[in-house]
Ligand binder design. Sequence first.
Ligand SMILES: Nc1nc2[nH]cnc2c(=O)[nH]1
Length: 157
Amino acid sequence: MSTHSDYLQQAIDLAAENVESGQGGPYGALIVKEGKIIAASGNQVTGRLDPTAHAEVMAIRMACQTLNDYQLTGCTLYTSCEPCPMCLGAIYWARLDKVYYACSREDAAAAGFDDSFIYDEIPLPPAARRIAMLNLKQGNDLKPFELWNAKPDKILY
Ligand SMILES: Nc1nc2[nH]cnc2c(=O)[nH]1
């Protein structure tokens, strides 16, 4: 029976292997459900030319395919490093039960992966962010939400 520490060690090993493979950054993640590893991935940002291909996001995508579901309730994520703000959002949307991580955001920053500029942006008003988010109201901007609310067979997530 593997322990939390065993799974976390596997995530760290994946991260270290990822440096050799050249697929992306020094990160690894895996997802466990009922004692079984259902997904595992390294960071694949540069290999896939995909800035969203962080280890945690890749593992979440893989686990959803494995379970044929869009939510991961009952699953635990093990990651070599504290999730970045993007992965944090993905973790909540995926409804994972719990996350274990090894390195901290401070460790990542010391290695050149500093997320603090993103954390600092979050509380700012959208238009004041470094990448300005400009709210342009349109006459029919609420239409998609109205259609959604009226749709009897919608799949809630
Ligand atoms: N936790 C985590 N942080 C990152 N920062 C840049 N890439 C990654 C990643 O794949 N995982």
